[in-house]
Design a binder for this molecule. Structure first.
Ligand SMILES: [Zn+2]
Length: 244
C-alpha cells in the first residue's frame, strides 16, 4: 500500500508531469484581512522542472501541497516586499522545505534590502523548533544544515532593476515598483527558454511592470492577475490608492 501511495504521489508530481515550459500557479491571492477562501499572496513558477515561490502569505504553504507540489523541491524564494501578508508564512515554508525532502542546505531567499532582517527574525523564532525536530526525527530525516533560509539581498541600483539569475534557459530580473510608502518593493520577470512572465507584486499603476514585459511575456499580479494583465495591455493611467 505504501508503494502504491508513493507511486501515486510521484505520478501526480507536477514537476514531472507538466510539459517542459513556464507554468504559473496561484498558491495565495488574499490580503491582510482574514479570508477563509484565500491564502495570503503567493505565486508558484515552474520553469522546466525547477520550482520557485514568489511571496509566502499565510496559508499558502499548505496550498502548495494541495496543488500537488512537494515543498521540499522549492529551489528558491523571492519576496516582493515586506508587508506582513506577503511574508507571514516564510517560517512555515522554510520548515516544510527542510523536512519534506531532507534538504541539506537552507532555502535561498531573495529580496530587496532588509530581507536579511526578515529571514533572521524567522530563524530566531524557529531556533528552538530546529533542535526539537532534529532530536525527534533524526538528522537523516532533517539534516541540521538544511534548516531555515539564506537571505540574498539585492539592490536594484540606478537602473531600478537587477538580474539575479542569468543562465542560458533561465533568467530572473527584479525591478522596482511603486508601492509607496513601502520601500523597497519590487516585481520580477522570469524568462524560461522563449517564454517569460512578469509578477508585479503590490504596486500602484505604473509603467514599471509593463516596461519589464517582453512581447512573449504574460503580466501577472499576485492578487489580480487578469486585471494586472489588462493594465499592462493598456496605456498607463493616473495614480490610484495603493493596495495594501
Ligand atoms: Zn503590500
Amino acid at each position: 500500500m505504501a508503494k502504491r501511495a508513493l507511486a501515486g504521489r510521484m505520478a501526480a508530481d507536477p514537476l514531472t508531469s507538466l510539459p517542459d515550459g513556464l507554468h504559473v500557479g496561484v498558491c495565495g491571492s488574499g490580503s491582510p484581512f482574514p479570508d477563509e477562501k484565500r491564502a495570503g499572496p503567493c505565486t508558484l513558477v515552474v520553469a522546466g522542472s525547477r520550482l520557485f515561490v514568489f511571496d509566502t502569505g499565510s496559508g499558502s504553504v499548505r496550498n502548495i501541497a494541495r496543488m500537488g507540489f512537494n515543498t521540499g523541491q522549492v529551489e528558491a524564494v523571492f519576496l516582493t516586499h515586506f508587508h506582513s501578508d506577503h511574508i507571514d508564512a516564510l517560517g512555515e515554508l522554510m520548515l516544510q522545505r527542510w523536512v519534506s525532502a531532507a534538504n541539506t542546505q537552507p532555502v535561498p531567499v531573495h529580496g530587496p534590502a532588509s530581507v536579511e532582517t526578515v529571514v533572521a527574525g524567522f530563524l530566531q523564532a524557529y531556533s528552538l523548533d530546529r533542535g526539537y525536530r532534529v532530536a525527534h526525527h533524526g538528522a537523516a530525516t532533517v539534516p541540521p544544515g538544511g534548516f531555515g533560509g539564506r537571505a540574498l539581498p539585492f539592490d536594484t541600483g540606478p537602473e531600478h532593476r537587477i538580474t539575479l539569475v542569468k543562465e542560458p534557459d533561465l533568467e530572473i530580473v527584479a525591478f522596482d515598483v511603486d508601492h509607496d510608502p513601502v520601500h523597497p518593493a519590487v516585481g520580477y520577470r522570469i524568462r524560461y527558454k522563449d517564454r517569460s512572465v512578469v509578477l508585479s507584486g503590490d504596486t500602484r499603476k505604473s509603467a514599471a511592470p509593463c516596461s519589464a514585459r517582453r512581447p512573449t511575456s504574460t503580466c501577472w499580479s499576485m492578487r489580480r492577475c487578469l486585471l494586472a494583465w489588462w493594465r499592462c495591455s493598456r496605456p498607463v493611467p493616473q495614480r490610484r490608492a495603493a493596495p495594501t
